[in-house]
Design a protein around this ligand. Structure first.
Ligand code: FAD
Length: 392
């Protein structure tokens, strides 16, 4: 499949001649994704400054060479030789631009600017050490700063949208490089205008943090309880970070190369939002399958939105998966891909899985929940060269 044309070869050579770009050959994406899945792209460019990242993407776009912008690879499902639009040996029909510009600037007043390739959790740690609150509940999320607005990352009752000041985006259609307000990004639950399309390249991100060293109001009940705080209270950011990291580690949600439960893309399915008018039917199915008490106790929160902008009810994907009969560790030790033994919402590679194994397990879980409760789960990661339904 390697289809480098002479113009593509020339562009790659010109980019490689820069001091802030390195061209790597035969670089499998399984070495750059937290699921450890993915074939080998046509070429892999490591870009170490914002100018280099922008130039790599601009030059390849202008030549109509397909590009994958890569951060930490923690929210990606990539085709390999087992599935999707890759041939048997797993060659992928695009060039990777790995965003590796990493500067961070923290001003005493609470204004923080970071380049897109900075490691997210390094930024969180540095702001907390500098006595600033705001990011602590997002501690331990893998990946890069630049990807955080892409899916509006969130955890423990906080979303990055709450502390974003502005985002520097290269518009890949118009070529404009400008700072955008959060209101221009279409930030919603685990998504934004930038997710799942090639419209914009994030180059830098600014945050407005609390210089008093206190956290965002603690919204998540389990976290408040562990902190000995009331819901809504603000606590020292360093304490909140410590407890969040402990809670996350207990669920296999902090990367650890020695622990296969963390070889994942985090929560694989988003919490589904069903239209308010359909909620009673879902509850009735739960009652029929599990009894009235379970139906009463099913986690359900009224929300606006879910993509439609209409009133809906947000359910817990993890709860539905477990109640549909998928236990932690499903389907068992011999399987190459299993649910995490610590958290039913993570699909994990036990060491030798292929992308087809991930897709098979994801489909099984999704159909199991659909059959049991009539609720369709949607995957959270971005799919590259393959889809959940299996075709490319
Ligand atoms: C163990 C684990 C726990 C996780 N926990 C959470 C959690 O609590 N909350 C949560 O929200 N997520 C969580 N995630 C998912 C993931 O970490 C986040 O979505 C993260 O922000 C992805 O960052 P990344 O740099 O790895 O992006 P990648 O996986 O490299 O890319 C994801 C998408 O963003 C695009 N992208 C990356 N960088 C840029 C850029 N600079 N400009 C434009 N597009 C870009 C890519 O092209 C791709 O489409 C978890 C993942 C794992 C493995």
């Amino acid at each position: 499949m390697r289809v480098n044309t002479s113009s593509e070869t020339q562009i790659l050579a010109e980019l490689d001649a820069r001091t802030d770009v390195r061209l790597l050959d035969s670089e499998p994406l399984s070495a750059h994704t937290t699921l450890r899945l993915g074939g080998t792209p046509r070429a892999y460019l490591r870009a170490e400054t914002t100018a280099a990242v922008a130039e790599c993407v601009r030059a390849l776009d202008a030549a109509e060479v397909p590009v994958l912008v890569l951060g930490g690879g923690s929210n990606l499902v990539v085709a390999d030789g087992s599935v999707g639009d890759s041939v048997d040996d797993g060659e992928l029909d695009f060039v990777v631009v790995a965003v590796r510009c990493e500067a961070i600037d923290i001003s005493p007043g609470g204004l923080v600017r970071a380049e897109a390739g900075a490691t997210w959790d390094d930024l969180v740690a540095r702001t907390v050490e500098a006595g600033m609150g705001g990011l602590e509940c997002l501690s331990g999320i893998p990946g890069s700063v630049g990807a955080t607005p892409v899916q509006n990352v969130g955890a423990y009752g906080v979303e990055v949208a709450q502390v974003l000041r502005r985002v520097r985006v290269l518009d890949r259609v118009s070529g404009k490089d400008e700072w955008l307000e959060p209101s221009e990004l279409g930030l919603e639950y685990r998504t934004s205008k930038l997710k799942g399309n090639d419209s914009g390249l994030v180059l830098e991100v600014e945050f407005t943090l609390h210089p008093d060293g206190l956290s965002e109001p603690i919204a998540y009940r389990e976290l408040a309880a562990r902190l000995g705080a009331e819901q809504g209270e603000r606590v020292p950011a360093a304490k909140a970070r410590e407890v969040v990291l402990e809670l996350r580690a207990g669920k296999g949600m902090v990367l650890d190369a020695g622990d296969h439960d963390t070889w994942s893309a985090g929560s694989f399915f988003t919490n589904p939002v069903v239209p308010a008018a359909e909620f009673d039917a879902v509850r009735a199915k739960v009652a029929k399958a599990l009894g009235d008490e379970a139906a009463e106790k099913m986690p359900a929160f009224d929300v606006m939105g879910g993509g439609s902008g209409e009133a809906g009810v947000k359910l817990s994907a993890g709860w539905l998966i477990e109640r549909a009969g998928f236990r932690k560790g499903y389907p068992g030790e011999a399987a190459p891909m299993r649910l995490s033994t610590k958290h039913t919402l993570a699909l994990t590679n036990r060491g030798h899985a292929r992308t087809k194994d991930l897709i098979a397990l994801a489909r099984e879980v999704r159909s199991g929940v659909e059959d049991a409760f009539g609720v369709t789960l949607h995957p959270e990661p971005v799919w590259v060269g393959c889809t959940l339904s299996g075709e490319s």
